[in-house]
Design a protein around this ligand. Structure first.
Ligand SMILES: Nc1ncnc2c1ncn2[C@@H]1O[C@H](COP(=O)(O)OP(=O)(O)O)[C@@H](O)[C@H]1O
Ligand SMILES: [Mg+2]
Length: 267
């Protein structure tokens, strides 16, 4: 099952992606977590040890490897292969984390307008396609705030798109865009998750705001100071306090997804 987590910056994508990855792994699933956000902080939420964290080089920064894969010999500058060989990259560059899970740090995809180097985007896109379509494990991708870089190819393998919102109109507006774009790209299972809710009345307000949406609110996670404390310590929330109300709510999301997996995807 391939799960993508998206939403505005700061809403809790990394918290939810990383904690779900740990829960699948604890339960015995083979898990590959993918960090595709330019902030690249999934390793903290996953609880990787310091040594492993320091050893990570994001794929995006492996300039000579990217050149070697994408440059077309003798073609001169500006010509590169947009479909480079990537199948060996995940196993070569992933690192191991707790509960047997594995992490591959890609780095974000910048839009051409920001002056990106196109070969690295081409490589990461091809890699995402490969991961989503060809790999046979639980894959959880922590995406960049926007999903504009997704194309039909990369969206193709996404079984579940979790769109995370906090109780704010700005965040909801971006969710609407992400949902519309995901649908256009052919993603069928889109789930809206509310995070950082202070009380039930906020859930009511959110439900009222989205009453015309085709995608209802699937799950909510309360605001939980324990998550902030874990972050301050540089620890993973699940290791810091497994019984906190935020981690518990993510655990009940995990159980729903696991049920969904067995009902829909393991046919
Ligand atoms: N349910 C929650 N309760 C309290 N703080 C939270 C909660 N979810 C996320 N946070 C805090 O919000 C900040 C952003 O979370 P993060 O997962 O990094 O968001 P994103 O990946 O979407 O940018 C972090 O400092 C995190 O500790
Ligand atoms: Mg993040």
């Amino acid at each position: 099952m391939k799960i993508a987590v998206s939403g505005k910056g700061g809403v809790g994508k990394t918290l939810i992606a990383g904690t779900l990855a740990r829960m699948f792994a604890k339960d015995g699933f083979k898990v590959l977590a993918i960090d595709n956000d330019s902030a690249m902080n999934l390793s903290y939420t996953l609880g990787l040890d310091e040594g492993t964290k320091n050893q990570i080089i994001p794929i995006k920064e492996m300039k000579s490897m990217i050149d070697e894969r994408t440059l077309v010999k003798g073609a001169g500058p500006g010509v590169y292969n947009i479909n480079p060989k990537v199948s060996d990259i995940p196993d070569k560059y992933k690192v191991s984390g707790p509960d047997g899970l594995q992490l591959l740090v890609l780095g974000g995809i910048e839009e051409p307008a920001t002056g990106c180097l196109c070969p690295e985007n081409a490589l990461i896109r091809t890699l995402l396609y490969h991961l989503m379509v060809k790999r046979d494990e639980v894959i959880i991708v922590d995406f960049e705030a926007g999903i504009e870089h997704l194309g039909r190819g990369t969206a193709k393998g996404i079984d579940l798109m979790l769109v995370v919102t906090e109780p704010s109109q700005k965040s909801l507006d971006l969710c609407k865009k992400i949902i519309d774009l995901s649908k256009k790209l052919g993603v069928i299972n889109i789930y809206l998750i509310a995070n950082k809710l202070i009380d039930e009345s906020q859930k009511d307000v959110l439900n009222e705001r989205i009453k015309d949406w085709e995608v209802p609110l699937y799950h909510s996670v309360p605001f939980d100071p324990e998550i902030g404390k874990a972050d301050l310590n540089g620890e993973s929330p699940i290791d810091f306090n497994q019984t906190s109300k935020g981690v518990q709510a993510i655990n009940s999301l995990y159980l729903k997804l696991k049920k969904l997996k067995s009902e829909i995807f393991d046919l």
